[in-house]
Design a protein around this ligand. Structure first.
Ligand SMILES: [Cu+2]
Length: 106
């Protein structure tokens, strides 16, 4: 019984340690353009434009452009590997951003 409790605690604590970080998309920009997160964290892009759609395209990681998302919609991605991941907006290649994923500090 005690072992099961420890196991549950372990799962719960590792879950609680991974964060969700929000990047807003506003006036044709990713805000902030560059973010630093830890391995395992999730980035949520939130479109807060009035009417403009966008996409979040990691060209190095995926060949095909993902679906556009519209105001009040979100797009999210989990980062399990450390590294630097540049991305851009499919319909607006001038819009660029960067996700820096650091090793999990224990
Ligand atoms: Cu865009």
């Amino acid at each position: 019984m005690r072992i099961i409790m420890f196991f549950c605690l372990f799962i719960f604590s590792s879950y609680a340690l991974s964060k969700e970080v929000v990047v807003e998309i506003y006036k044709m920009k990713f805000v902030p353009e560059e973010i630093t997160i830890e391995q395992g964290d999730t980035v949520v892009w939130k479109n807060v434009e009035k009417r403009q759609y966008h996409s979040v395209w990691f060209k190095q990681l995926q060949k095909e452009e993902p679906d556009y998302f519209f105001p009040d919609e979100t797009y999210q991605r989990n980062f399990n590997k450390a590294g630097t991941f540049p991305y851009e907006c499919g319909p607006h290649p001038r819009m660029k951003g960067n996700v820096i994923v650091t090793n999990k500090s224990n």
